[in-house]
Unconditional design. Structure first.
Length: 291
């Protein structure tokens, strides 16, 4: 019987897996202009927040990749991200105006393997203070720059900095009781609701004082006839306090994502004397103090 030799040819395709080091973040500068490489702000030189609004800062530096290219399209770098957070909340924090910010950064060419990055960030005036008198004075803030390549390899670098304590309260410039009759006392219907707005990152209170009001053509209204209260009550209520320079412990707390523009009220009352007429005016001082 004849034998038959059967030969089967098998083909193999070799796949080359490219391996290269992750990108490196060469430096991190916190400064006041895009693509500026000056270390303007850090733990020894904190920047003040803007009262009642945001402050724009820039985090700039350079990223080195392992293969030649002048941008995302022809190199290995995929993204550069800034995470700015109070140290104890960590880089995986949820975005929050008080303690956690995350933004994508722009990248421009520098050389075939080095690219410049710039990150723009608007910090809220309610960002947590990490300095004396602040709510987290034992901590620092981290500016962490994270570079990711097309194999999802990551390189990062952290620069620490501080946010100072800002005592700032929005205080109206006048109190107007309107037209009243002699011996009339204000009530909840016509007293003055006086808003105090949180514009900083420090718990606040106020002190309140006043001078006598001089009336033209006749009379004087003593400062003791004016009062403030933390609740909306009539003149003469036991909770009212004469305007004598004592603290009004409003405990104006810190704003959060849910209540930016936090407001509390003082309620001003007055009782007119029997001998008075015309237009009356005087000076009232409302001063913010740490609460």
């Amino acid at each position: 019987m004849a034998t038959v030799l059967i030969v089967v040819a098998l083909g193999f395709t070799a796949t080359q897996v490219l391996a290269y080091p992750p990108p490196g973040v060469d430096d991190v500068f916190i400064t006041s202009a895009a693509y500026s490489y000056v270390d303007t702000y850090n733990t020894t030189n904190p920047f003040p927040l803007n009262v009642g609004t945001t402050k724009t800062i820039y985090v700039n530096g350079r990223v080195t990749t392992s293969t030649a290219g002048t941008g995302f399209a022809d190199g290995t770098l995929q993204s550069v991200e800034l995470r700015m957070y109070r140290a104890n909340v960590g880089s995986s924090c949820t975005i929050d105006l008080n303690d956690c910010y995350k933004v994508s950064c722009t990248v421009t060419a520098n050389s075939q393997i080095t690219l410049n990055y710039s990150c723009t960030l608007d910090l809220s005036y309610i960002s947590d203070s990490t300095m004396t008198g602040g709510t987290h004075e034992a901590e620092v803030w981290n500016a962490e720059v994270i570079a990711t390549d097309d194999q999802n390899q990551v390189g990062s670098r952290i620069q620490t900095f501080e946010i100072p304590t800002s005592l700032s309260v929005g205080i109206p410039t006048s109190v107007a009781f309107g037209v009243l009759a002699r011996e009339q006392a204000t009530t909840v219907a016509n007293n003055v609701n006086y808003p105090l707005t949180q514009n900083g990152n420090d718990v606040a209170s106020v002190t309140v004082s006043a001078t006598n009001m001089t009336c033209t053509p006749t009379g004087t209204i003593q400062a003791s006839l004016m009062s403030w209260s933390l609740t909306d009550v009539d003149a003469g209520d036991p909770t009212t306090v004469p305007l004598a320079g004592v603290p009004a412990n409003v405990n104006l707390g810190l704003g959060t994502d849910d209540d930016v523009g936090l407001v509390k009220y003082l309620y001003f009352n007055i009782t007119l004397p029997s001998v008075v007429s015309g237009t009356c005016s005087g000076f009232m001082t409302v001063e913010a103090i740490a609460g």
